[in-house]
Design a binder for this molecule. Structure first.
Ligand SMILES: [Zn+2]
Length: 227
């Protein structure tokens, strides 16, 4: 239901990114890489919108974290990113693209490459956290390159207010998907799926909508204050 709604709302940009994502995936499988970003770059130049690549962590054979309920991170990240993309698509200043719109496996390098080839203005990888101790809880935001710090700080601030979880801070870490990104890139660990309370909140439609809106608000703030 969420999937269908997300697709219906998000229109052409989402559809075209789905096409380029699948093309890119098959291209890397057959060993004949093709650039898919050129058309999109021209589109941005003509209408001035900021290209945002939203990355739903994990997928397919990579389930990600297993939550307290037994549900997997790959489903949470897809549901949340669908909401983010649908909201972004309603904003004239943004052109959202998604690295995946279904339960598909995509390699980390291919995710970053998509943002690089689109010359995206921001790459946002969305995750749910995991830890053996179920008491560990809270929101973390990560960046790798210095030019991603302001994006991380701006979104994190909004996220903390909306998610209502403990603030575990903005941290620098060499996550592969961030290291391979040549555009401002951040990775968000919204909360811990291994914490009962946070998982219950994160799997609710209302919490996801709040978090999605916070990320969009953070992006608006980031681009409106960009020097
Ligand atoms: Zn993850």
């Amino acid at each position: 239901m969420i999937l269908v709604l997300g697709l219906a709302l998000s229109g052409y940009a989402l559809f075209s990114s789905l096409i380029s994502a699948s093309r890119e995936l098959s291209a890397s499988e057959t060993g004949t890489p093709q650039l898919t970003g050129k058309k999109d770059e021209q589109a941005r130049k003509s209408d001035g919108r900021h290209i945002i690549v939203i990355d739903a962590g994990h997928g397919g054979k990579d389930p990600g974290a297993e939550g307290v309920s037994g549900k997997y991170e790959r489903a949470y990240t897809l549901s949340l990113t669908m909401k983010i993309a649908a909201l972004l698509d309603q904003e004239p200043m943004f052109e959202p693209h998604m690295t995946r719109t279904d339960d598909t496996f995509i390699g980390l390098t291919d995710r970053a490459r998509m943002a690089n080839e689109l010359h995206a203005d921001a790459f946002i990888s969305v995750h749910g956290n995991t830890f053996p101790d179920p008491d560990i809880a809270g929101t973390e935001s990560y960046y790798y390159a210095d030019d991603s710090i302001r994006l991380a700080n701006t979104i994190h601030q909004q996220l903390i207010q909306a998610a209502g979880f403990k603030d575990r801070g903005v941290k620098m870490e060499g996550w592969w998907v961030l290291k391979k990104s040549e555009v401002p890139a951040i990775l968000l660990e919204i909360g811990f799926l291994t914490n009962r309370d946070e998982e219950a909140a994160m799997l609710s439609d209302a919490h996801q909508s709040k978090v999605a809106q916070a990320i969009v608000d953070g992006l608006k703030q980031y681009f409106s204050t960009k020097k």
